[in-house]
Design a protein around this ligand. Structure first.
Ligand code: G4F
Length: 320
């Protein structure tokens, strides 16, 4: 689309940089950390962006119970620091509004904010009842984004994204854990796949479709928040069945439920009502559930064949 893209990388000798370079050779990288206000101000000053997309977070829900304080710092307060970096670098204050060439800000909000949802499907008006430290931190970031829009007139928006997946998904998340597990079983590297709650339901879509929605949100004349999801929900069991079938296997021969993967509090059922995004952004998902899961299984069969079955081991855990 003609964008010059900069990515923020944290830490010293971050091992993910090599992986990133392989996938996205033309993305320019700059150091910065959501825990460090000065580094974010320096990054905004250096890059002079037209748009800032904040997808950085501790995003694995189970980790947010183990590292609840850090989740609050990164996933919650990190949003404040990015907004402050934009505000300070743009010279915006309570008495000085942004000009026409202002930096536009996108915040990755999440369906996890609905948590124990009060209605099905969930839309922009549905109240929040988060069920994890992650969900609580995301609610903070969501309301802060709204608040900077209302307080300073900034073009700051949130996309309330439901689960979005692709072959690039980390193997700790259930779709990729399943697609990798299926591929390992199919190729004879493993016999079993250990999972937690099979009855939870999610609205799973393709990440590429959701990134298009993020872009569209920043391309509007006026800033607003949008729910982004497919409007169709499936259980984890259905996901497992679809993935094993895609490889010609029966999941009942291989899947074991393991209490170690059950969460302290579960989000039972999420389903999006994306009507506002459809009507105002003209957004619709192009890839459906079955095509997505088959794409992920095929990609993992190919990956494992090329890596002697070792892919995904960096994410392996004994429990949540
Ligand atoms: O794939 P999950 O870990 O995703 P979750 O918790 O819904 O969160 C993801 O989507 C959110 C919405 O977009 C994001 F905000 C968040 O950052 C993340 O990307 O788990 C999905 C469901 C859960 O109900 C979980 O209990 O799968 C169930 N599950 C069952 N067995 C499992 C497993 N999840 C994982 N990760 N591993 C299991 O073995």
């Amino acid at each position: 689309m003609g964008y010059e893209v900069w990515g923020l990388v944290r830490g010293q000798a971050n091992p993910r940089v090599r992986h990133l370079r392989k996938l996205l050779g033309d993305v320019r990288l700059i150091r910065g950390d959501l825990l460090d206000q000065g580094s974010l101000i320096a990054a905004v000053e250096r890059v002079q962006p037209d748009e800032v997309y904040n997808l950085a977070a501790i995003s694995y829900v189970p980790l947010s119970w183990q590292q609840a304080e850090l989740t609050g710092e990164v996933t919650g307060l990190g949003v404040l620091r990015v907004l402050e970096a934009i505000r300070v670098c743009s010279g915006i204050s309570a008495s000085r509004s942004p000009g026409s060439g202002q930096i536009r800000f996108y915040q990755a909000s999440t369906s996890e904010m609905f948590g124990q949802a009060s209605q099905v499907p969930q839309n922009e008006q549905t109240s929040f009842h988060p069920r994890s430290p992650y969900g609580v931190a995301k609610v903070y970031g969501h309301f802060l984004t709204q608040n900077y829009r209302e307080s300073y007139g900034m073009f700051a928006v949130s996309g309330i994204m439901f689960n979005h997946e692709s072959p690039r998904r980390g193997a700790e998340f259930v779709t990729r854990k399943v697609s990798l597990g299926v591929a390992k079983i199919k190729l004879g590297y493993e016999r079993q796949l250990r999972l937690g709650n099979l009855s939870a339901s999610r609205d799973w879509g393709f990440a590429g479709d959701y990134v298009r929605a993020m872009y569209l949100m920043l391309a509007q004349d006026a800033p607003a928040d949008y729910v982004i999801g497919t409007g169709v929900t499936h259980s984890v069991e259905k996901l497992v069945d679809t993935a094993f079938r895609a490889a010609g296997l029966n999941w009942r021969d291989h899947v074991v439920t393991d209490a170690a993967f059950i969460r302290p509090a579960e989000v039972d059922r999420l389903c999006a009502d994306p009507a506002k995004a459809r009507d105002e952004l003209g957004w619709e998902p192009k890839i459906g559930f079955e095509e997505l899961i088959e794409m992920m299984v095929d990609a993992d069969l190919e990956l494992l064949a090329a890596t002697d079955g070792s892919a995904g081991e960096e994410f392996a855990t004994d429990s949540w």
